[in-house]
Design a protein around this ligand. Sequence first.
Ligand SMILES: *Cc1c(COP(=O)(O)O)cnc(C)c1O
Length: 354
Amino acid sequence: MYKKLFIPGPTHVVDEILEATAMPMIGHRSTDYADLQAAVVPKLQKLLCTEQRVFLSTSSSTGMMEGALRNCVHKRVLMTDCGAFSKRWAEIAEANGKEVETIKVDMGQAITPEMVDERLAQGGFDAVCITHNETSTGVLNPLKEIAEVVKQYPSVLLVVDAVSSLAGAETRMDDWGLDVVLAGTQKCLALPPGLCVVGVSQAAMDRSAEVKNKGYYFDFWVFEKYAQKDQTPATPVVSLINALNVQMDRMLAEGLENRFARHSKMAAFVQGWAKKHFALYGDPAYLSPTVTNVHNTRGISVPDLNQELAKRGAMISNGYGALKGTCFRIAHMGDLQMKDLYWLTGQIEEILGL
Ligand SMILES: *Cc1c(COP(=O)(O)O)cnc(C)c1O
């Protein structure tokens, strides 16, 4: 049976977008494709609030996380570990032979500008990586304020995993001074998985020009060479790019401000519901607008709840990693609406007899 996804990726995809993926295939070196890429990139620039380059990477977000590190880091990188996805940054850097230093906070806590400033002051870093919205804990890091601090270190690039925030929370690449901003399509963009969009600043391009052993698939300059012709280096996931173009029109018609407000409103509702029946996990000052991590104070069985929800056509997420069982997560991102959350919480109340 079809289940509406209230999990933090992949998220619910509306019919119009599913239909847009079912296009007749076009050649990726044809003018039809070049026209498509030329149409979608400026819309993505609007979303990222940038006039700089935006590339289309046929990969998961993790692929481009690796790519960003290989383009931006000669030797040493500062990591900001506040949960499973920010921890992944460090794992990738180490697997690529980079030197890693990590600021680590307890799960549920946010990274603050002061912490970043203190470490960067030691010197010797090529870049700092931040996970804008830590999906495993439901915490939104204060990216704008962190970026202000990083700006004071001109040789340090700011590399941002915006996977579960882009299109759900404001992300102003140029105004805030972000160097790399990447996001897969299966979260707030509300498309099927398989494509990652990435904004790249001139400073990141300049760095990439100097870095050795970047590999080929994610090399920003190889992307740039093909982007000049409105193409990608290798065969891209054409059907998803077509759907992305349709989705960007829907998104810009909704209005980015309205879209972010809708996410905040859904978050406030789910947070209120969680506080009434359970408790919230994490620092209340930094709660995510796209996913709520509910502290399972009643000790309910999350798999059992999901099994009952499945019969009614919905799915939520267990806590991530160490938080499995002690928390469960309700995503409110992408194309979900208030009425979906009213319905979902009503179903949960009925199942649990709340
Ligand atoms: C989902 C997610 C990822 C991983 O994305 P993939 O597309 O599966 O590689 C990385 N970071 C964050 C914050 C996420 O939410």
